[in-house]
Design a protein around this ligand. Sequence first.
Ligand code: HGY
Ligand code: MN
Ligand code: MN
Length: 442
Amino acid sequence: MHEQDSLLRKLLMNYSDKESDVDGVKGGRIAERLAELAKIGMTEEGGSRRLGFSKEERQAKELVKDWMRQAGLVVREDGAGNVFGRMKGKEDDRPAILSGSHVDTVPNGGHFDGALGVVAALEVVEAWNKTNYRPEYPFEVVIFSDEEGSRFNDGYIGSKAMMGQAKIEELMKQKDGNDLTFEEVLNSDGLSIEGFRRAKRNREEIELYVEVHIEQGKKLEKANLPCGIVSGIAGPSWFEITFYGDPGHAGSTPMDIRSDALVAAGKFIHELSHLPKQVSDSSVATVGKMFVEPNGVNVIPGKVTLYADIRDIHEDTREILITRMQKLIIGIEKEYSVRVHTKELMRIPPVLIKTELQEELSEAFSDLNLDVLKVPSGAGHDAMIIGEDIPVAMLFVRSKDGISHSPMEWSSLNDCVLAVHVLKRFVERMNKVSNIKGSCID
Ligand code: HGY
Ligand code: MN
Ligand code: MN
């Protein structure tokens, strides 16, 4: 039995709330679509590998475009590869309500991160088609390109392009793991730098963005709740840190005269892991990617490049953590006689979700007799980029054991279907608000 069939089977097997198939929402279709997407870029471990602007991400986008067209949406793609499936609104000249996520993944990720948000938004359209509901605002199902930033060490590329926040010149200097430039990668996906620059969208065209996403944490599971309301999104800051030592012969170089870049980097990684708890209980620090040169068993490493991911939902404590990291580097330079170069790749402000939108989401939960839990997001999302100056809301779905960015990532179909009902109800409630931006004052 091929992996994706077992995903479909697993999802359907545990779909006990058949009575959730109401108001046009169909759990079987959600399961089928998640399984179809999981088929694209399936890894040996049964995970997903659909890097940004890869043929796998492209294949997933084209599959969703087909579903969008079958659902009667007008489909377009911008110069950054972002896909928009638009349903006309009764007041079609109003700014649109957008909902969606991403279909790219980390190198060996799961089948729900991103994909669920796209499938959920499309399922709302399917349900509206079935029940002949027509929204006041135009509604757009969105796929943002390269949210994970797995190729160019700078994530949220599609949503940044749409918001005019992408650091294009910086991206153009970079090469991916296959030594391809950003421009070459865009070209390989049928896109261009010129088109990418033109992807910036007039903010006046967007009234609200709402994203369904797996929690990637354990709070909902601990509270035994299927879904939750996101109260804020931690802002990630990424740094490329290069340690320069003296490469040398592993056999003939005495220990006391070495300048070993990897020993220095190792000390940094270990000490960095102790800093967050000194700063706040919501800050985190991770080194997940590292290159050792010349990378020979019998050669003292002369150069190590690693990537540090520093986050917090509060900007002030994140800045304190970054300052402490920089002090740590200075100490290591002295202690290990190495030179260290730090390059900031990303520093995205954390985003708090407007109270009014959290309240509207709470009302949607109450309409469906669901208990409400407000949960901060440690993970970054496209909603964080858009939320800098457009109202955004996020809805979390319970993650089994809090696992994500792994083939073990899992959410039950019951929980996914409930999230679709909440999303649908929330957007229907927002369609009764004639000026959403104006009503979000805080
Ligand atoms: O890095 C993140 O938090 C997200 O998965 N891109
Ligand atoms: Mn992710
Ligand atoms: Mn994601």
